[in-house]
Design a protein around this ligand. Structure first.
Ligand SMILES: NC(=O)N[C@@H](CC(=O)O)C(=O)O
Ligand SMILES: [Zn+2]
Ligand SMILES: [Zn+2]
Length: 350
């Protein structure tokens, strides 16, 4: 039977290995959209001010748990925002006490709220050495920020200029290249023998740069790294549906209010939490690889992070087009939900 004829699919409950929950009213509005389907998520630390220390991460984790709706069971896996002043001892403490799961590297200026990120990678070497020793993964926003590097080339250039030297000097450091967008990144991860994996977002499996720019500019498709040409999208789909353990889901669901997105200098980020599982089922079905969805969304991530997969399951059911809100309301204003541009037939049962 072709997988295209399947109408029900039960998989281990998924996790999201790259998620922005923000804080305050926004946190309360967006958290249920993830905790409804996902058991765990790696929580990005790019708040203002950023989540830098173990104490910050603990306090943020408490705020997330306070915002969790009754009846939802969800474990936030916290990250520390790496700065040039990060103390290796605090990182070790955060890891050993179970407060933080990973450290996040933002090249300064690469993306939303990254001003406190790293400029001189030598300055964070002691932290990276410490992490390699204790087995704590580094999550990386893999783009250089140089003005003379074309924005569509920034990921590929990062691999050569930053990632290769870091991996050469610290081969025991576990690295996750976050939200990869290029064939170059897919090839680099595939060619590596160990300690390297990549997350792939929902939206990068669906949109290419034409979606952003052809026929009028579409701010709701603008995110970083920016979507590339179609051949890259196809490479991402092939990696995601392959079952290769080094590729797993990190939605990078990144809510911004419509007011923040729809202006002359709009924010980068796409809010995919509400319809991510439906979108992914559609992508995997189109590739005739529905049965690999579980590896991508529920098995490969925990395996890389050294955690067990979730015990319980979710069931996706195929039927008439799923309805989901165009936007969700928050006290700060509406946040538009990702529109994949086609009907979604798979819904999460229950
Ligand atoms: N992906 C994005 O376009 N934006 C993210 C930051 C990030 O993940 O780079 C955000 O925090 O809004
Ligand atoms: Zn990023
Ligand atoms: Zn992100």
């Amino acid at each position: 039977m072709s997988e295209k004829e399947l109408t029900r699919l039960t998989i281990r409950r998924p996790d999201d290995w790259h998620l922005h929950l923000r804080d305050g009213a926004m946190l309360r509005a967006v958290l249920p959209e993830t905790s409804r389907h996902f058991a765990r998520a790696i929580i990005m630390p790019n708040l203002v001010p950023p989540v830098v220390t173990a104490d910050h991460a603990k306090a943020y984790r408490d705020r997330i748990m306070d915002a969790l709706p009754e009846g939802h069971s969800f474990t936030p896996l916290m990250t520390l925002y790496l700065t040039e002043d990060t103390d290796p001892a605090d990182v070790r403490y955060a890891h050993e006490s179970g407060i933080a799961t990973a450290v996040k590297l933002y090249p300064a200026g690469a993306t939303t709220n990254s001003a406190s990120g790293v400029r001189d990678f030598e300055k964070v070497r002691p932290v990276l050495e410490e992490m390699a020793e204790i087995g704590m993964p580094l999550c990386v926003h893999g783009e250089v920020t140089d003005n003379d590097i074309d924005i569509f080339d920034r990921e590929a250039t990062f691999i050569d200029r930053v990632l290769k030297p870091i991996r050469k000097k610290t081969p025991d450091l576990k690295i996750v290249m976050e939200h990869v967008t290029t064939q170059d990144a897919v090839d680099y991860v595939r060619d590596s023998s160990k300690n390297l994996a990549a997350t792939i977002t929902t939206h990068h499996l669906i949109i290419n740069r034409n979606h952003i720019l052809a026929g009028g500019i579409k701010p709701h498709f603008y995110c970083l790294p920016v979507a590339k040409r179609e051949a890259h999208r196809v490479a991402l789909v092939q990696a995601a549906v392959s079952g290769d353990k080094r590729f797993f889901l990190g939605t990078d669901s990144a809510p911004h209010t419509d007011a923040a997105k729809l202006q002359s200098c709009g924010c980068a980020g796409i809010f995919t939490a509400p319809n991510t599982m439906s979108c992914l089922a559609e992508v995997f079905e189109a590739a005739d690889r529905l049965k690999k969805l579980e590896a991508f969304a529920s098995l490969n991530g925990p395996a890389f992070y050294g955690l067990p997969p979730n015990d319980d399951t979710i069931t996706l059911v195929k039927g008439p087009p799923v309805t989901y809100p165009e936007s969700i309301s928050t006290e700060d204003g509406p946040v538009t939900v990702f529109d994949p541009g086609f009907d979604l037939h798979w819904r999460v049962e229950g």
